[in-house]
Design a protein around this ligand. Structure first.
Ligand code: SAM
Length: 247
């Protein structure tokens, strides 16, 4: 991983990632809207529609939203399930969780939501607990992705589903060029203006470029034990959803 000019060893990556989200926590939601032109909302809606959490059932439907940050996915899951799903929002960063817990006070469905500080590489949850594990724009921040995928597999029930949304590799001619220009020349300056620091956004772009390509990422998900692994592009594959089942 690069951070500015320097090659960063894996052991140092998490510390740098944490600094980034510590710095931006309070303005994270605003930044998302500005930098994606509101698109992250559309992608998150599509992601949760694809998960299709049930609205009723014999047993509770438990979701772990990993790297859940300020709770965007959790809130959508609560709404989509009319409050039925139980959601554990987990993130390594207390500041993101603090902002999320504060925001959750104005959610329509507030019961059955928990905020738990944890590292995706080493989860404090028992085996076979969750019906679904979601992670939205979080996986690229985790230094050891294979470890996080194995943990996801461990905490899911048989029949449980993994869903990963992440920036991907734009596969539409011309759009890819526009996207590159946008990443390099628009995102860091917006970040600089809103948070007073361009560097975290330099990191953002680099982490997107370094993330495994769809085919390779599918293989990693399979290697962690998942079956029926799929890749679904969103908006010309600017973002993508990877899904797999613990069967
Ligand atoms: N899921 C939210 C969303 O879609 O808006 C937040 C995504 S935010 C770009 C990435 C999040 O990953 C941050 O909140 C960060 O603290 C969290 N994170 C980074 N490394 C992590 C790790 N090893 N374990 C858990 N969360 C991590």
């Amino acid at each position: 991983t690069h951070f500015g000019e320097r090659e960063v060893p894996l052991e140092e990556k998490q510390g740098l990632v944490n600094d980034v989200f510590h710095k931006v926590a309070d303005r994270y939601d605003l930044m998302n809207d500005l930098m994606s032109g509101g698109m992250h909302r559309v992608w998150k809606d599509a992601f949760v529609a694809n998960l299709a959490p049930p609205r009723a059932g014999k047993r509770p439907f438990e979701v772990l939203d990993m790297a859940g940050g300020t709770g965007d996915i959790a809130q959508r899951i609560k709404n989509a399930s009319h409050g039925y799903a139980k959601v554990t929002v987990s993130d390594i960063n207390t500041d993101m969780l603090r902002v999320g817990a504060e925001r959750a006070k104005s959610w329509r469905y507030q019961d059955g939501v928990e905020f738990v500080e944890a590292n995706a590489e080493e989860l404090p949850f028992e085996n076979n607990r969750f019906d679904a594990y979601t992670i939205s724009f979080g996986m690229r921040n985790v230094p050891q992705i294979d470890k996080a995928l194995r943990e996801a597999y461990r905490v899911l029930k048989r029949g449980g589903r993994l869903m990963v949304m992440e920036f991907s590799e734009v596969d539409v001619p011309v759009l890819d060029k526009i996207y590159d220009l946008f990443s390099e020349h628009v995102i860091p300056p917006i970040g600089g203006v809103v948070t007073g620091d361009e560097q975290p956004y330099q990191y953002l772009i680099e982490s997107i470029r370094k993330f495994p390509k769809p085919k390779q990422f599918c293989t990693m998900i399979e290697d962690a034990g998942f079956s029926r692994v799929t890749h679904t592009p969103l908006s010309g594959n600017i973002a993508a959803v990877h899904s797999g089942w613990k069967l």
